[in-house]
Design a protein around this ligand. Structure first.
Ligand SMILES: [Zn+2]
Length: 382
């Protein structure tokens, strides 16, 4: 059954040829887009919906979340807002709660946050393990997550758990843990930061993952300058995420590579860090993505619209740049930019309709829930 969406006031496609189309229409059939262009030349379809001038864009691609968790870190957040600094060690609180939770409890948490994200226009979600930090808990995190989200990343190297020295723990991550988890995930990730894993340890984790056929992602340059970006680019990681502290040479490396710079502004706000310099990255020619980094410690939001509004209002990205980064950029950070984050014949029918005439309203009306309708893989999700 094909469906014609017509009366689209402004259609953002992210396709180089189609661009942005006004007075547009879109036809979907099954899970795919089969036609996009001016409403006047739309082909007939089995049924039709008139969107009465509303804006349509690809669903958000949230390429960085940590949804397999239990417990709550409200107290830590409140202390931070009262002036305490953010440290990587807060992760240990969530690890304790996650290990103590049942499978059903963890699944319910993932499901609740995925539903919350989809209701706000997110149609493709990556999530990470990383609150288990032992073989059985990392394995079950990966298995539970893979039933609920689009892509799963193994983040055994999130933090050195209590009772371990870093090098011995890295050996475990690269050995038994990776052997157990690798069949259930597409990606491996490492938190390359002071207080987590140094450059040499990060490189060991990523190299071991690559040997198991996993794609590479890196948490880097969040709390200070460091080797994360350089290692990500050297090893052809799909993405290096945070990028709050970049040198000129980090920016040049990113611009001349296939590695996406994924910015997580909600996290920088929640940890009272400076916001990343998106304009220098874009001017240099790097690909920029925006993601929520939804997690209970440092960025507890599923709202990609909030990230987009922040990127425009506080990071001086244009609305088009920010929307592209939160859709096509996220898709590229997952190396799926020809399938998702784009609306053209053949792409996945992941469609976000705003109750507004243009994407400009995402920043013009910050904080207002503008999602009017969502199709995910061709199915009406809201
Ligand atoms: Zn993260």
């Amino acid at each position: 059954m094909s469906l014609l969406l017509t009366g689209i006031g402004e259609l953002t496609t992210n396709d180089d040829e189609l661009g942005t189309v006004t007075d547009a229409a879109l036809v979907i059939d099954g899970a795919s887009v089969v036609w996009a262009g001016p409403a006047a030349s739309a082909p007939p379809a089995d049924s039709a919906v008139d969107l009465e001038g509303r804006a349509v864009l690809p669903g958000w691609v949230d390429s960085h979340t940590h949804l397999v968790f239990a417990g709550d870190r409200t107290t830590e957040f409140a202390a931070r807002m009262a002036g305490q600094p953010y440290r990587a060690g807060g992760i240990a609180v969530t690890v304790g709660a996650t290990r103590a939770a049942s499978d059903d409890e963890l699944t319910a948490v993932v499901r609740r946050h995925v539903a919350e994200a989809v209701s706000q226009g997110t149609t493709y979600i990556e999530t990470k393990t990383g609150y288990g930090l032992d073989v059985p808990n990392e394995l079950r995190s990966a298995v539970l997550a893979s039933a609920e989200v689009d892509e799963v990343t193994f983040l055994g190297a999130h933090l050195v758990p209590q009772g371990w020295d870093a090098d011995s723990y890295v050996d475990l991550v690269c050995g038994d843990m990776l052997d157990a988890v690798a069949p259930h995930v597409r990606w491996i990730d490492v938190f390359c930061e002071t207080g987590a894993f140094d450059g040499q340890q990060s490189r060991a984790v990523l190299t071991a993952g690559a040997k198991h056929g996993l794609g590479l992602r890196v948490h880097g340059n969040q709390l200070d300058y460091g080797p994360g970006v350089r290692i990500a680019v050297e090893l052809n990681a799909a993405s290096v995420d945070h990028c709050t502290y970049l040198t000129k040479s980090d920016i040049d490396d990113l611009a001349s590579s296939e590695t996406v710079a994924t910015l997580l502004p909600a996290c920088d706000l929640s940890t009272r860090q400076p916001l990343p310099d998106a304009q220098s990255l874009l001017n240099a020619g790097a690909t920029v993505a925006l993601a929520s980094n939804c997690n209970p410690g440092s960025s507890y939001t599923t709202s990609m619209a909030f990230c987009v509004a922040t990127a425009v209002l506080q990071m001086r990205m244009s609305v088009s740049e920010a929307v592209r980064a939160a859709t096509w950029g996220g898709a590229r950070a997952l190396r799926r930019e020809n399938e998702i984050g784009i609306l053209r014949p053949g792409s996945r029918a992941d469609i976000h309709v705003l109750d507004a005439p243009s994407i400009t309203h995402l920043a013009y009306r910050p904080g207002v829930p503008l999602t009017y309708a969502v199709w995910r893989k061709g199915e009406r999700a809201r």
